[in-house]
Design a protein around this ligand. Structure first.
Ligand SMILES: Cc1cc2nc3c(=O)[nH]c(=O)nc-3n(C[C@H](O)[C@H](O)[C@H](O)COP(=O)(O)OP(=O)(O)OC[C@H]3O[C@@H](n4cnc5c(N)ncnc54)[C@H](O)[C@@H]3O)c2cc1C
Length: 172
């Protein structure tokens, strides 16, 4: 059996590990569009609060650990389309379009911090920080600025308010 999983974050990685436990003989392939898997989105909070020291600590699993379990991981691999009749997925790597077949397909493509109901969401003054690149950019902005507006008063918004207060208090 060939299992193809799209998305290398919590859901996709858990699916791959579970499939490996359940189907010892299966070929398992994980496709991820970013250059690494397993980034922890709460990293900005952990860094600002001194719980971790560097972005290198921001991953909960590595490709090598997945490969040791005989799970194939393809990075910089963006799935462009799928055909559920012929059971094929088409993905783009840095330099080519590739078609692969599957017996079982798992979609673990998650979510992005975006709202189509708020105008101006694409402005580069709005920081979203779910990936490592965005987290890096957010860290720079936190260092350079004094006044922040947080959109969203749930767990993540409140955590960010808390860590900004702590950080600015320490630096004053
Ligand atoms: C700042 C922040 C802090 C958070 N803190 C917490 C917390 O403390 N506790 C908690 O429980 N939850 C937290 N969450 C929520 C948690 O991050 C999400 O619930 C979780 O990431 C969802 O995992 P997922 O695997 O379903 O999707 P995602 O993490 O969104 O992963 C989807 C993956 O699919 C990849 N992908 C998407 N499209 C394609 C494609 N076409 N081809 C190939 N790959 C693709 C993406 O690159 C990504 O790696 C936080 C979220 C944020 C943004």
């Amino acid at each position: 059996m060939k299992v193809v999983i799209i998305g290398g974050s919590f859901a996709g990685i858990t699916a791959a590990l579970t499939a490996r436990k359940k189907y010892k003989e299966a070929t398992i392939i994980l496709l991820e569009k970013e250059e690494r898997i397993g980034f922890i989105p709460g990293t900005l909070y952990s860094l600002l609060n001194g719980e971790i020291d560097s972005l290198e600590e921001a991953y909960f699993i590595t490709v090598e650990e997945m490969e040791q379990l005989d799970i194939q991981v393809s990075l910089n691999t963006k799935v462009e389309s799928m055909d559920t009749d012929s059971q094929q997925v088409i993905y783009k790597t840095l330099d080519q379009l590739v078609t692969i077949s599957y017996d079982k397909l798992i979609l673990a493509t998650g979510s992005v911090q975006n709202s189509y109901q708020i105008e101006g969401m694409e402005s580069n003054k709005i920081v979203k920080y779910k990936t490592i690149e965005k987290t890096r950019a957010a860290l720079e902005l936190v260092d350079k600025n004094q006044v922040f507006t947080i959109v969203g008063g749930g767990q993540i918004g409140l955590e960010m308010a808390d860590s900004l207060i702590n950080k600015k208090r320490k630096s004053n």
